[in-house]
Design a protein around this ligand. Structure first.
Ligand code: HEC
Length: 136
């Protein structure tokens, strides 16, 4: 019996050793998950680039118009000048771009300040006004 004891110890050591190996492999597999996060602008190899949108800075004029202005200006709600309607925009255009942006920003008569784009910057309101002027 005494001679068998070391064999047990060796067997036990082997079992522990290989179990340890397995655990390491499992951890490695978990840590190297295929979903890697990488910010745009960094070199990320195969990782999917994620674009951070800071505020509304990256909205296009088209997006701002569609969500913030179209509800009224597509159909002329409350007497609003309709997008692309030359007759309705002609005299307004003579006020000049700056004045039109100011009026859209502050509101004028039935035109609520910033339209439906409460979080728009003045620059974005300007983009939407330019979008409307381009459509004439
Ligand atoms: C709730 C309806 C409504 C929404 C939404 C709206 N407008 Fe207007 N808008 C009006 C009305 C009504 C007028 C006409 C006001 C007047 O001159 O009596 C107007 C007029 C204007 C004018 C002409 C101002 C002038 O001085 O003649 C501009 C420019 C304008 N809107 C831009 C915008 C922009 C840009 C947006 C989106 C960010 C927007 N509007 C959203 C109703 C709206």
């Amino acid at each position: 019996m005494k001679k068998i004891a070391p064999l047990f110890v060796i067997a036990l050591a082997l079992v522990l050793f290989f179990n340890g190996k397995k655990y390491d492999e499992m951890m490695e597999a978990r840590l190297s998950s295929p979903v890697a996060v990488c910010l745009e602008g960094k070199s990320c190899g195969q990782a999917t680039a994620i674009t951070l949108v800071a505020g509304g800075a990256s909205r296009s004029a088209d997006e701002i118009y569609s969500t913030g202005c179209a509800a009224c200006h597509n159909s002329g709600v409350a007497g609003s000048p309709v997008l692309g309607n030359q007759g309705q925009w002609e005299n307004r255009q003579t006020k000049g771009y700056e004045m039109l942006v100011d009026n859209a920003w502050n509101g004028i008569n039935g035109m609520p300040a910033k339209g439906l784009c409460a979080d728009c910057t003045k620059e974005e309101i300007g983009m939407a006004v330019q979008y409307m002027l381009d459509a004439i």
